[in-house]
Design a protein around this ligand. Structure first.
Ligand SMILES: [Zn+2]
Length: 206
């Protein structure tokens, strides 16, 4: 792409660094912003800057939060003996939408993926094991997507928890083909949490 303006080129370049945004889309978005009042670009820029500078991660579950302990963890009505292990905030949002789950979460921040160079130490697995050792948690529910990375991560955590007096379960498989939790419909996802199966049983079935 030949740009008549270095300023335009820079803006398009930065926009095109976002996932799913090619150079042409980036150009369209930037030109759109230029046509709008200047305040709109300021609001967008400020929202992103504030997000980066003020965002926190809950010290208990590692979910994105505006405060040190997120609303879910701070809620005395939630069952603290039940912890659902998920990849990121999108899964928390999907499960919360079902209104079927009253436990807490543990957000891993990703899945173990040797291909992408993501190892257990890059995730919040250490903190999960510490949590397990404290004795308050009775059951961890694995709710990662049923990909090879998801399976590897579940199994790794399962092994770390061996020897502790803690149940592990997994949500019913086949909740939706294509299988990212965020795409499963609420009724199916809610049911699969209620009808979860012991993790060890799921290993034998595979
Ligand atoms: Zn939390």
């Amino acid at each position: 792409m030949d740009f008549s303006s270095k300023l335009l080129e820079n803006a398009v370049y930065e926009m095109s660094q976002l996932p799913g945004i090619g150079k042409r889309t980036a150009l369209r978005l930037v030109l759109h912003l230029l046509k709008q009042p200047k305040e709109q670009t300021e609001r967008l820029s400020n929202a992103l800057l504030n997000l980066r500078s003020e965002i926190k991660f809950c010290e208990n579950c590692h979910n994105i939060s505006d405060v040190a302990v997120c609303e879910i963890c701070a809620n005395p009505k939630r069952d603290r003996s039940l912890v659902c292990v998920v990849e990121d905030i999108r899964d928390v949002m999907a499960i919360e939408n079902t209104s079927q789950y009253k436990g807490l979460y543990h957000v891993l921040g990703g899945k173990i993926s040797p291909m992408e160079g993501i190892g257990p130490q890059d995730l919040t697995i250490g903190s999960l094991v510490d949590k397990a050792r404290k004795g308050e948690v009775k059951e961890f529910i694995f709710a990662l997507s049923s990909t090879m990375e998801g399976d590897t991560t579940n199994f790794y955590i399962y092994k770390q928890l061996k020897g502790l007096d803690i149940n592990t379960s997994t949500i019913a498989r086949g909740i939706a083909v294509g299988d990212e939790l965020e795409y499963a419909d609420e009724v199916t996802l809610g049911r699969s949490i209620l009808n979860r199966i012991p993790f060890e049983g799921s290993l034998k079935a595979n």
